[in-house]
Design a protein around this ligand. Structure first.
Ligand code: ADP
Ligand code: NA
Length: 333
């Protein structure tokens, strides 16, 4: 079993990114390796180009994402961790696969339609071609499993279609067809000021989100001032229906503690937010504080991050080289 997963470089990471994405990857790393599998995680900086981003920001995001993953528990000694750009075979295989993928297949991709919106003519060719690069990302390593959320299922199907057509057209068994890796459902974290909106870096209110870089007292203050209601906590999850703010705080508590919301409610039933918020703040500081400190240490040591990505890329290049070479040979190059 080899699991390959790409992560877009985003900056200003917040609690929603941590509980909804980063923590899930760390759990996946540990579960896959416990059953004898291998894990590869790459920062998809080439995918980051498909929508315009300032060069300095893209560079900083790649570094921040690497520091966050390592601080949160992705272990570069146990997982292969790198960024796409350092492994040119991603771009090279992508070009080969461009000649296998059909325009009609890409025209059906709903993510392109959503992202391009009405301005299809003005979208970059890269945004349109994004799923072919994604196919190259996983086929290059003969990934057996690829973790996919709802929005990526169609892209994985496309990768399988490309692999099948390549194997057929060039009479080879080179590419492995990757299966989706179904992981436990990621929690969806809502804004601390308005639980109708998701916690997001694009929310202008500072108090609506916990940033991974926030100091302990800032984390505690944001939870203290989080919007709630005057009622006490119910004994079961159904009792949170219609209480979006309360539900969000219980969801956050449960996700941080690796417990179920039902289990958290069993402990706090009958208590008000005067008791629950300080407990949540303590838990958040205890969990996020060490990650922030390690992230900060790494971000102050550019050479350390560079060395991590370099070592990961070296291992990835070794795995990619023979597959790329065989693909070229199969095609007559
Ligand atoms: P943002 O919405 O802040 O711009 P991104 O779109 O860059 O965040 O998301 C990066 C990753 O973090 C994705 O895997 C996404 O599903 C996850 N994520 C973002 N916000 C949340 C949230 N509020 N709750 C759970 N997961 C989230
Ligand atoms: Na992804």
């Amino acid at each position: 079993m080899r699991v390959v997963s790409g992560i877009k470089p985003t900056g200003n990471l917040h609690l929603g990114n941590y509980l909804g994405a980063v923590k899930q990857w760390v759990a996946m790393q540990d579960e896959v390796q416990a059953s004898g599998g291998e894990t590869m995680f790459f920062i998809a900086d080439l995918h980051g180009l498909t929508e315009w981003i300032a060069p300095a920001e893209l560079r900083a995001n790649t570094i921040e994402m690497t520091a966050t993953l390592v601080a949160a528990g992705i272990d570069p000694a146990r997982s292969i961790l790198f960024n796409q750009t350092r492994v040119p075979a991603h771009s090279e295989l992508s070009w080969l696969l461009n000649n296998v993928a059909r325009v009609g297949w890409l025209n059906r991709m709903t993510q392109f339609k959503d992202k391009a919106g009405k301005n299809r003519e003005g979208a970059s060719v890269g945004l349109y071609d994004y799923p072919v690069l994604m196919a190259a990302d996983v086929l290059l390593y003969n990934a057996t499993h690829v973790p996919v959320g709802e929005d990526q299922k169609q892209h994985l199907e496309l990768a399988r279609d490309i692999a099948t057509k390549f194997n057929t057209d060039y009479a080879t068994e080179l590419f492995t067809l990757p299966e989706p890796l179904v992981s436990r459902a990621a929690p969806r974290i809502m804004s601390l000021r308005d639980a109708g909106a998701k916690m997001s870096k694009s929310n202008p209110s500072e108090m609506s989100l916990i940033k991974l870089i926030d100091a302990d007292d800032v984390i505690a203050d944001k939870f203290r001032k989080a919007k709630t209601d005057p009622d006490v906590l119910p004994g079961n999850v159904e009792g949170l229906d219609g209480r979006a703010e309360a539900k969000n705080l219980v969801t956050i508590f449960a996700a941080l503690a690796d417990r179920t919301p039902a289990d958290v409610l069993a402990e706090y039933e009958g208590k008000g937010f005067g008791a629950f918020k300080p407990a949540l703040a303590d838990l958040a500081v205890a969990t996020l504080g060490p990650i922030r400190d390690e992230m900060t240490r790494l971000l102050d040591d550019a050479a350390a991050i560079d060395a991590i990505l370099d070592r990961g890329a070296e291992k990835a290049r070794d795995l990619a080289a023979p597959v790329l070479r065989q693909a070229q040979e199969a095609m007559g190059l």
